[in-house]
Design a protein around this ligand. Structure first.
Ligand code: AP5
Ligand code: MG
Length: 213
């Protein structure tokens, strides 16, 4: 299977689609956001710094982000991987493209296209579980069977600290301003595939599969 760079506005479903590709095709999702949340959970001084940056809607600095991704890519071995939410800046894109070229790692870029309104709705409706499963209170097919309780492991669901309206606006603007030149770059080298992410989880998955075949 082809390696994937998965880019999107906030809460377009990168993690959701990555989980399906992992379960069905053995993909290894590398989500920089998820890695940063693991760093925060350690409670270390770096974790505190990372939390402050994410809670303020800003991006983590390129050097740390690129270092983490390179380390993960070297651990993946022969399995296909998904870069979820990386690269998010032109600098990240240029450095990782060079790295992947050196390692002979080919990839396709998929951009999950989503309106601002839907991005906000999915962000504000998101509930997550410690086990990694994600739910949404605004979509019937994504609601937990028992409100507030994970279907898979029975733990209590919670919101991410940054999933509030005020932080959303800052995050959204920051992300989209940085993403624009990255999308232009991948478009110019013929790697960019755009998938309409306003659809259901399954419909998006089907479109992603068309790109990968
Ligand atoms: P990150 O965790 O990557 O946040 P994000 O980009 O805002 O994306 P999300 O994880 O919020 O959304 P998602 O696309 O994975 O959607 P999900 O599947 O959860 O990054 C967090 C922070 O870390 C960033 O803000 C930044 O500060 C920092 N960071 C990360 N990467 C960085 C980088 N490269 N450089 C610098 N800083 C970086 O789905 C969302 C919700 O919608 C869920 O409730 C889900 O159930 C629901 N849903 C999913 N699909 C559908 C559908 N088709 N229809 C209806 N609902 C759906
Ligand atoms: Mg995610």
């Amino acid at each position: 299977m082809k390696n994937i760079i998965l880019m999107a506005p906030i809460a377009a479903g990168k993690g959701t689609q990555g989980e399906i590709l992992k379960n069905e095709y053995g993909y290894v999702p590398i989500s920089t956001g998820a890695i940063f949340r693991e760093i925060i959970a350690t409670g270390s001084p770096l974790g505190k710094q990372v939390k402050d940056i994410i809670d303020s809607g800003k991006l983590i600095d390129d050097d740390l982000t690129i270092k983490i991704v390179k380390e993960k890519l070297l651990e993946v071995g022969d399995k296909p991987f998904i870069l979820d939410g990386f690269p998010r800046t032109l600098n990240q894109a240029k450095i990782i493209n060079k790295f992947m070229e050196e390692k002979s790692l080919d990839y396709q870029v998929i951009y999950l296209d989503l309106s601002l309104d839907t991005s906000m709705k999915r962000t504000l409706g998101r509930l997550i579980c410690e086990c990694g499963k994600s739910y949404n209170i605004y979509y019937d097919e994504l609601k937990a069977k028992n409100e507030g309780i994970c279907d898979s492991c029975g733990k209590t669901l919670y919101k991410r600290d940054e999933d509030n309206e005020e932080t959303f606006k800052l995050r959204y603007n920051n992300l989209m301003n940085n993403l624009k030149p990255v999308l232009d770059l991948y478009q110019s080298i013929g790697k960019l595939n755009i998938v309409n992410a306003e659809q259901s989880v399954d419909e998006i998955h089907q479109e992603i599969m068309k790109v990968l075949k």
